[in-house]
Design a protein around this ligand. Structure first.
Ligand code: HEM
Length: 413
């Protein structure tokens, strides 16, 4: 894996007839608070032009949905970030699932979808639930000694780093390397800015560890990783493809849920009336996690590339153009959701874009939902309130709505 070099942003002349929105979606200001800029893009039209990067953008629910559900026109094989792999080499071997199109995508997807099926979730549910209970009990005991709990460092990072690598079959030692890796991968979908460069430098020393943990000899027999190798034994994929698919689990399966859980806890801490409803009725844990994914989507953006000249909502788009889809903006589109800026755990936000849509829709969503549900249930059972005792700090990432820290006081029920 090479350390990426820095890109300068350049202004490209807008194509005629496409509304221009002059923003930098990878600037600190945007990433810190993207919502006003999302609104500007949605108001400007279903498809807009961002001159700083010379890209088309969709921020409305209807246009994001249309792009994700026409995988023949809007392909993933040229990269799901800003880089166009038709024009520049990817900085690492391409993902066999995320950055692939049918028919090769179909083959890899079938293997991972079977491993991460609802049946799997039934099998891991009891363990995931027990681990959530154990962790929250431990936090309660630590808090009782006067310690301040950081809901990010002590909970949102710890829980997925325990249960998910356990399920994949990765050993206990140095798992926090997965956080560095995830941070770099999700930065790599944006421009080659300083944010990416810094995270690539941090991940450099642990790259060998990551790659070693994609190999069968370092994966527990029977875990999700080993099941990928078993699919290779059965001839569904090749043995050369297996480690790259394990890599997909290690890159997509931790930072996403860490921030999904972190954002959900933050939403509940900032909306005590909503937390009170969850505390009164634990069955709301699942819809609460879902609503938090809509309200503060942990994955904010993904890109596509046009395979041919096309037209989207009347806007002509030439072949080989890059389009960024703002999943998080679609999730607050007033054309789709009543009172979109209200966090409401009773909402049942079916059709949100937080897991994408169409053939690439998150293959790990059943596991992500399980993690979110059991953590929120464990909290709701033990605590009547979550109070913020310091300002939560965001960790800016080119793709993720991520958190660095969130000091809280958990008020026992
Ligand atoms: C809250 C947590 C998560 C969020 C918000 C999330 C979000 C997403 C999104 C938006 C996509 C669509 C990408 C695209 O269309 O280009 C995706 C795909 C994917 N996700 Fe997740 N994800 C989460 C958790 C997970 C977990 C736990 C795993 C692994 C078990 C996982 C594995 C994957 C993989 C392998 C893909 C590629 C699927 C494909 O291209 O067919 N994700 N995810």
């Amino acid at each position: 894996m090479n350390t990426p070099t820095l890109d300068a942003t350049t202004t490209t002349a807008p194509p005629a007839g496409v509304p221009v929105v002059d923003i930098d979606p990878f600037s600190d200001a945007f990433l810190t608070d993207p919502y006003e800029a999302h609104q500007r893009m949605r108001e400007a039209g279903p498809v807009v032009w961002i001159p700083a990067y010379g890209i088309y953008a969709c921020a409305r629910h209807a246009s994001v949905h249309a792009v994700f559900n026409d995988h023949a026109t809007y392909i993933s094989g040229a990269g799901v970030g800003l880089a166009n792999f038709h024009k520049e080499a990817p900085f690492r071997p391409k993902s066999l699932i995320l950055e692939a199109d049918p028919p090769s995508h179909t083959k890899a997807r079938a293997v991972l979808a079977r491993i991460l099926s609802p049946k799997t979730v039934m099998q891991i549910r009891a363990t995931f639930t027990a681990e959530a209970g154990t962790l929250i009990d431990r936090l309660q005991a630590r808090q009782a000694t006067g310690e301040t709990i950081d809901a990010v460092k002590d909970l949102a990072e710890v829980y997925p780093l325990k249960v998910f690598p356990d399920a994949v079959g990765v050993g206990e030692a140095q798992r926090e390397n997965l956080l560095l890796y995830g941070d770099m991968i999700f930065n790599s979908f944006g421009p080659r800015n300083e944010r990416l460069q810094k995270s690539a430098e941090l991940v450099q020393p642990v790259t060998a560890w990551i790659m070693a943990h994609c190999q069968r000899e370092n994966l527990r027999p029977g875990g999700f990783g080993d099941l990928i190798y078993q699919a290779a034994d059965a001839g569904e994929i090749t043995h050369e493809e297996a480690p790259l698919l394990v890599r997909s689990f290690l890159s997509a399966g931790v930072d996403t849920t860490v921030n999904g859980i972190g954002n959900a806890i933050l939403c509940l801490a900032r909306h005590p009336d909503q937390y009170a409803q969850l505390h009164a009725d634990h069955a709301l844990a699942r819809p609460a996690f879902e609503e938090a994914l809509r309200f503060e989507s942990s994955v904010q953006t993904f890109f596509r590339t046009t395979s041919q000249d096309t037209e989207l909502f009347g806007v002509p788009i030439p072949k080989d153009s890059k389009i960024v889809t703002f999943l998080a903006a679609a999730n607050r589109d007033e054309r789709q959701w009543p009172e979109p800026d209200r966090f409401n755990i009773q909402r049942r936000p079916a059709g949100h874009m937080a897991f994408g849509s169409g053939i690439h829709g998150c293959v790990g969503q059943v596991v992500a939902r399980l993690e979110g549900e059991v953590v929120l249930t464990a909290l709701a059972k033990r605590f009547s309130r979550i109070e913020l005792v310091g300002e939560p700090q965001r960790r800016l990432n080119n793709t993720l709505r991520a958190l660095a820290s969130m000091p809280v006081r958990l008020i026992p029920a």
